[in-house]
Design a binder for this molecule. Structure first.
Ligand code: T1G
Length: 670
């Protein structure tokens, strides 16, 4: 097998080049090739200096994650980085794309770093439940200081080359299109400079105030995660002990995290997210339809948010409404959202104008005739949607994709109201649609393969994580939400309180529990609006105007700052319904709440898979991580069920009388 590493000589400069697509992951062959090349450079007296650079779209994007959990082949990355740093001849890292994780650590092991302006450096291991395990936690603070090291390791966000240069991590920012030549020129400049700068030989002073401030600022963000604290502890160690001792501590912490369930879960989601974009049975190189202009029907909260995704990606949008007032309100909210991002420095004012400039608001439905993709985002009513798709059928251009943003309704039934069901697909965005990353792409019986592939590819362009769902009521996410809600409502009558059930879900790692979520979304959502027809606790609340946060009263009472507190009136209503339904009281434990609200979701997930309404179990995990706030360190409901143990889940479900999916019974969930 040819090595992914080759070398070139440029006078007395040895250039070591990695070509390991797609992201130059530091797999065994790359490490072995690098080791051999650096040793060659050191041994060759005619070589004065070395440059390490990569072909393709990026510098090393980290250790090869697919090797984790397998026997490690020599040299291990920490050993390789130490060897590069110990070299008696200077080594220059030439960086483009994203120098991430182990790739960033290789660069820190080099004596000098040059980069193109568009390059980024980062140590995102924390997003895999890990920490930089090849000396990054010890070299980074020594080169860039405590604060930046904390930002990069514990939060995992990459930094641009300019910022890295300002922090002393990059010695020169070279021009975008001449990295190879500029790196060689730079190498020649430093070839004879002595002493050779080694990060491990530098020191960094303790800075407890900065550490305390950083930890406090990020308390909420790090809640439930193991890795951030370990990253912080390693950076602190770098300020307290000699390099070798710090490295030992880093190694120990790295192995502890690597063996933990959290990292396994987060690595599962890393690959699950990428797997989700692959559609079974459709070739990866299928011809996609060209989407130059998008039409959106409805300028409400969803329509506006959906439009912003395309405008932010540079795709012009035609947005249609029935009344001028609704149109002005909708486009006004979009501008306000953009301006808010600009105020926070996330957008430049000219980008706001560019995005809003690409928007064509209109009351003329016929303007949609020029669109390549039309997304209907009106309220959930089948007749209204069928009428809209019937009209689109007559005016949309041939080959235009017709999509519905319905959260529940039957896409096949909607498609049947046209003569082009092959062009109809579901695109279920999550509110707020310009923020939430998940997109459920609903594949109808007749949806054409190129329509599905086009929408999945478009999702990447608008920075969404797309998952294919089949036609079933509520698709993947909402269908699994229903058994949870049914059981939560039952548990209220049996003796649990909204606070207890929500506390169990928050302790589990969810951003909020079912009743806090109901109050945020609106207790009146989906309510039949007949105050005389009271069939359950939720109806009783809605009939009393307890519609949630917006009314400062729902399952909780709210103060003017929207802080929730237990509601005596709600306790009364629950009590009334307990008596009305004759539901016996019993002491509800936290474990029972887990067994009756989370296990049924896993069961429903298994049924969805058995019915072929999801391609794979990992897709279900991606839906819950990106659409419903399931804690990523638990890997999603299906992955969690595996770590929990299918037998335990099965026993819990049977104990409470649930009909269990066959695949869960015999442990064959795929
Ligand atoms: N190892 C193995 N495969 C990887 C990989 C990696 N590090 N990074 C990407 N891939 C695969 C990915 O699965 C996909 O495969 C293809 O490459 C393209 O990726 C000791 C322990 C670099 C920003 O966390 O963030 O170093 O689906 O679709 O959108 O301290 O990939 O085509 O079969 O994401 O252009 C730390 C992970 C590792 C960076 C490119 N590094 N990668 O994004 O392409 S831990 C990371 C990314 C570590 C050391 C530790 C992104 C990217 P497939 P893609 P992209």
């Amino acid at each position: 097998m040819t090595s992914p590493i080759r070398t070139e000589r440029h006078d007395d400069v040895l250039v070591i080049i990695s070509d390991n697509p797609p992201v130059n992951a530091l797999g065994a062959a790359v490490r072995q090739g690098l080791e051999a090349a650096v040793k060659q450079g050191i041994a060759d007296d005619t070589i004065k200096v070395m440059v390490i650079r990569c072909e393709g779209k990026t510098f090393f994007a980290g250790a090869d994650i697919t090797e984790f959990g397998k026997p490690m082949q020599e040299p291990a990355l920490p050993v390789l980085v130490d060897m590069i740093e110990a070299s008696s001849k200077p080594v220059v890292a030439a960086i483009h794309g994203t120098a991430l994780g182990g790739g960033c650590e290789v660069a820190l092991g080099c004596h000098y770093r040059v980069a193109v302006p568009s390059a980024k450096l980062g140590t995102p291991e924390v997003k895999l439940g890990l920490l930089p395990g090849a000396g990054g936690t010890q070299r980074l603070p020594r080169l860039a200081g405590v604060r930046l090291a904390l930002e990069m390791t514990a939060k995992g966000a990459p930094i641009p080359a300019e910022v890295a240069a300002g922090a002393g991590l990059i010695d020169r920012v070279v021009s975008e299109d001449s990295l190879a030549a500029d790196a060689i020129a730079f190498a020649k400049e430093v070839a004879d400079q002595r002493p050779i700068p080694r990060a491990s030989e530098k020191t960094v002073a303790p800075d407890p105030e900065t550490v305390a401030a950083f930890t406090k600022e990020n308390g909420r963000r790090f809640r439930g995660f193991d890795a951030p604290a370990a990253n912080i502890a390693c950076v602190v160690k770098a300020t307290e002990v000699p390099f070798a001792e710090g490295i030992q501590f880093e190694r120990q912490e790295f192995m502890r995290l690597m063996m933990g369930t959290q990292s396994a879960a987060q690595r599962h989601i890393f690959f699950a997210e990428r797997q989700a974009s692959k559609i079974d049975g459709i070739p990866a190189d299928i011809q996609l339809r060209d989407i130059k202009r998008v039409g959106v029907i409805g300028a409400g909260t969803m329509g506006g948010g959906i439009s912003m995704n395309f405008l932010s990606a540079g795709i012009p949008v035609t947005i249609v409404e029935m009344q001028q007032e609704a149109l002005d309100r909708g486009t006004g909210v979009m501008r306000k959202n953009y301006e808010a991002s600009a105020t926070k420095g996330r957008l430049k004012p000219e980008q706001v104008e560019q995005a809003m400039g690409a928007l064509t608001p209109t009351l003329d439905f016929n303007a949609l005739a020029e669109c390549d993709l039309i997304i209907e985002a009106v309220y959930e009513n089948m007749d209204v949607k069928k009428d809209i798709f019937g009209r689109l059928d007559t005016l949309a251009k041939p080959g235009a994709i017709l999509a519905s943003n319905t959260s529940y309704l039957n896409i096949d039934e909607i498609a049947a109201s046209t003569n082009r069901p092959q062009d109809v697909v579901g695109m279920h965005f999550f509110s707020p649609a310009n923020v939430m990353k998940l997109l459920e792409v609903v594949r109808g019986d007749k949806t054409a393969p190129d329509v599905l592939a086009t929408v999945m590819a478009l999702a990447k362009k608008i920075r969404k994580v797309a998952v294919v769902a089949g036609v079933t009521y509520g698709f993947i996410g909402n269908r699994m939400l229903m058994p949870r809600q049914v059981e939560a409502n039952k548990l209220l009558l049996e003796g649990a309180t909204p606070e207890q059930i929500d506390r169990v879900h928050v302790a589990f790692g969810m951003p909020m529990g079912p009743f806090q979520m109901a109050d945020l979304a609106g207790v009146d959502i989906g309510w039949h609006r007949d105050p005389n027809r009271i069939e359950n606790v939720r109806d009783a609340l809605a009939a009393e105007g307890r519609w949630g946060q917006k009314k400062q009263a729902g399952f909780y009472d709210y103060d003017e700052k929207r802080n929730p507190s237990p509601s005596p009136r709600v306790a009364e209503i629950i009590n009334e319904w307990r008596n009305k339904t004759g539901t016996p009281l019993h002491e509800v434990t936290d474990q029972e709440i887990v067994e009756r609200t989370l296990y049924p979701m896993v069961n429903e997930g298994a049924l969805i898979l058995e019915e072929g309404k999801a391609q794979r179990a990992s897709d279900i995990d991606v839906v819950w991580i990106y659409g419903y706030g399931w804690p990523v360190y638990r890997g999603g409901p299906m992955f969690w069920a595996k770590t929990e143990g299918y037998d335990k889940v099965l026993a819990g479900l049977e104990k409470h009388g649930f009909t269990v999916a066959e695949s869960l019974k015999n442990g064959t969930i795929k």
